[in-house]
Write a protein that binds this ligand. Sequence first.
Ligand SMILES: [Zn+2]
Length: 243
Amino acid sequence: MKRDDWDAFKIILYLILFLLFGIIIICCKSNHRKYIMTVDGPVVPSEMGYTLEHEHVLVDFIGADSTGYFRWDRDEVIEKALPFVLAAKERGVKTFIECTPAYLVRDPHLLKELSERTGMLFLTNTGYYGAHDNAYIPRSFYSIDANELARPYLEPGAPNSTGWYADRIIELKNRGLLHKVLISHDSGWYDPAKPGGGTFNGFTDIFDSLIPELKSRGMTDSDIDQIIVRNPAEAFKIKIHRL
Ligand SMILES: [Zn+2]
């Protein structure tokens, strides 16, 4: 082979190797791309922003045999829930994970409309609610007076108070476990069995009470971002493994 031919051959060989490398990189990338599945389709995890990962717009306790889309008027539910969802948006929330499972009842059409009305991302639930006949309530609770049962929850520093949650989160930070923490309200709850859906609980306590409490105890903006932005994006991303 002449020297010119050899040089040309080398250039072609390098080009082929370069193309091959490119194809391998593109294939690997598309196989392992991670995404979040919203009611409007997939988005990349970095689009999630502030995320509430356990809330309920609608919950129907009538039972799997009796419930159905006929039980509520979507417009009425939206009219009731929308101001509360927008109040969360005003506090920076971009992604709302609605955890109501099927038969309790999940309505992705409702969430899609809320998504369109608010410009926020909505995720729904693919699971089922396994508790039947109060199987997970201790028998001892039935013999305790209702006021007695409620007392521990009403005292300062008791479970479910802002201070109690702040204590737990700061303890987890001190143990280097902040990257494992997810927080949400488990709030909302339009109930079709009650007039006008009953009392609707908002989605803003985390922003109005808990975060100021955590900051007053020395947590940084980066700590807060870890809990409400980076952890949900990590927890809810889906990775496709093609065989
Ligand atoms: Zn819940």
